[in-house]
Design a protein around this ligand. Structure first.
Ligand code: G4P
Length: 524
């Protein structure tokens, strides 16, 4: 198979949801379809239970699972599908944001009873920023929930995207009969507790009285609803989906394996194959012959005696080959990988070749950082792995003066891995760690001690947001830095960051220094 064919048959995507909406269940059912796993329950939930926030064994266990489920590849009807796992716990949202940069599309799971929830809203913002095509799966139709029309309105409003239902539910909860497939014009009947897929019955003409035979009185309601659907939601324009202007919507029940085949069959048809990637220098087309790829995730070894890590690289163009010399652009060093890992469901194997859209795991002894680019020699720097302003901030201090080197190294490596963000105050040189959730502080402290033998101490600092500063007006920047010298820091790439201690302070800065742009993400 040629490069172009290999690219066209690949779909690399992520499943996102608010915790408990059914992401893990849906992932598992998709894997079952692909024959990648054979029993339900094989995909371990990577959820950290609420009660376990201080249970470090739980965190370690979760880290172990998250290596195994980082990438789940499988074949379905000649399509190579790569599902990239996104941590559900909101404290690890930054991980999820980064993983989204390696996804060519996304499936969003929404609980029919709960509708759009906080985490979904946040993640959708990232998809919008990157213009990632999204498909919505409304889950748990076997339970009573919101009216389908109301829910679609809610999704349009809350996720700020137009929707287009491709299946339509026939009743819900205990009365759930199944879905009408608008795309294929057939119905699939729901049989609770039957985990096998029911054959769909063709219904080109929904007015056919045969329909009553299958769904009784619900037939009339379905006809009325579909009439309305046709008025409100015209036929899907696939290009609008690919341009991230419209989200196709499916209804089903992941737990009951219902509605999954419908979504998968449409997904392989319409979801994008690997897309071009923007670098600081130029746009890279996947079909270019020369290999390029970027690191979007780094996973440290679970065994503290082996400090090696696994860097997850998304292949962007060309063919990646084992034992071939490549350029690590940031380090300007030649690198070669003898045991690149490919991921097929839970299995890992050494891979000889990988194509655009694929993810390979590269063993690394501490050379890679998130966002690093590997090429055949060209100097390219991938864009689009932004850092987001953290929500929580603390000073990190050395609690064991004998171990300051270990502490510095530990902090450095954990930041490269993307566990949290480091800002160095330009005023007093103190290190500020910023995180999305409280759990990360505990993770950092634990890992510094266990992997680096270093002890740290946290001290409070009251901050509202970290803002990356951009301006053409150097004079105003210098003036601002002078006036706010206590609040200026550098991020790990040496970029200027304003640590605003309140929303008011930020507002005043924006007002008084109109030529300065304050950004909540590191790329703009
Ligand atoms: P998450 O990864 O998005 O956090 O959600 P997960 O798949 O773990 O699902 C959350 C809960 O919702 C699970 O129940 C799961 O069984 C249930 N669930 C998923 N899909 C459906 C569905 O279509 N219908 C119904 N009724 N429930 C569904 P749990 O009791 O929290 O966990 P478990 O003990 O069943 O694993």
């Amino acid at each position: 198979m040629g490069l172009e064919q290999e690219i066209n048959r690949r779909r690399t995507f992520g499943i996102i949801s608010h915790p408990d909406a059914g992401k893990t269940t849906l992932t598992e059912k998709l894997l079952l379809f692909g024959g990648a796993i054979h029993v339900a329950g094989a995909v371990k939930s990577n959820k950290i239970k609420k009660t376990a926030t201080s249970d470090f064994m739980e965190i370690e266990r979760q880290r172990g699972i998250s290596v195994a489920t980082s990438v789940m590849g499988f074949e379905y009807k000649g399509t190579k599908i790569n599902i990239l796992d996104t941590p559900g716990h909101q404290d690890f949202a930054e991980d999820t944001y980064r993983t989204l940069t390696a996804c060519d599309s996304v499936i969003i799971v929404v609980d029919v009873a709960k509708g759009v929830e906080a985490q979904t809203r946040k993640l959708m913002k990232v998809c919008r920023m990157r213009k990632t095509p999204v498909i919505v799966f409304i889950n748990k139709m076997d339970r009573l929930g919101k009216d389908a029309f109301d829910l679609l309105d809610e999704i349009e409003k809350e996720l700020e995207i137009s929707v287009n239902p491709l299946t339509w539910p026939i009743n819900m909860g205990p009365e759930f009969k199944g879905v009408y497939n608008i795309y294929h014009k057939n119905i699939s009947l729901f049989q609770p507790s039957v985990q096998s897929v029911t054959e769909s019955i063709d219904f080109d003409d929904i007015n056919n009285p045969e329909l009553e035979k299958y769904i009784g009185e619900d037939a009339e309601v379905l006809r009325e609803e579909l009439e309305l659907v046709q008025e409100v939601y015209p036929n899907l324009n696939v290009q609008d989906y690919l341009d991230a202007k419209i989200a196709p919507v499916f209804f089903g029940s992941a737990l009951n394996n219902f509605g999954i085949k419908e979504i998968l069959d449409v997904f392989i048809k319409i979801a994008p194959s690997p897309r071009p990637c923007i670098t600081e220098e130029r746009t890279i087309e996947p079909t270019e012959n020369k290999f390029t790829g970027f690191v979007f995730k780094i996973h440290a070894n679970m065994d503290p005696n082996h400090r090696d890590r696994l860097a997850f690289v998304k292949i962007v163009s060309g063919v990646f080959k084992r034992n071939t010399q490549y350029l690590h652009v940031r380090n300007k060093k030649k690198v070669k990988f003898s045991s690149p890992t490919a991921f097929m469901a839970e299995k890992k194997s050494i891979v000889e070749e990988a194509y655009p859209g694929d993810i390979v795991g590269l063993h690394d002894t501490g050379n890679f950082k998130i966002g690093d680019t590997i090429t055949e020699g060209e100097t390219l720097n991938f864009k689009g792995i932004p850092s987001f302003s953290p929500e929580l901030f603390k000073y990190i201090e050395n609690a064991d003066p004998m171990k300051s080197k270990q502490l510095a190294k530990g902090i450095d490596q954990l930041m490269d891995e993307g566990v949290a963000q480091l800002f160095v105050s330009q005023f007093n040189g103190r290190k500020v760690i910023g995180t999305v959730g409280a759990l990360q502080f505990e993770v950092i402290e634990y890992r510094l001690l266990h992997e680096y033998g270093a002890s740290c101490r946290w001290e409070p600092i009251h901050l509202h947001k970290a803002c990356w500063i951009k301006t053409e007006n150097d004079e105003q920047l210098a003036e601002f830095k002078k006036a706010k010298y206590q609040y200026i820091a550098k991020d790990k790439h040496g970029r200027d960051v304003f640590l605003a201690d309140s929303a008011y302070m930020l507002q005043m800065a924006q007002q008084n220094y109109p030529d300065l742009e304050f950004h909540f993400t590191s790329e703009f």
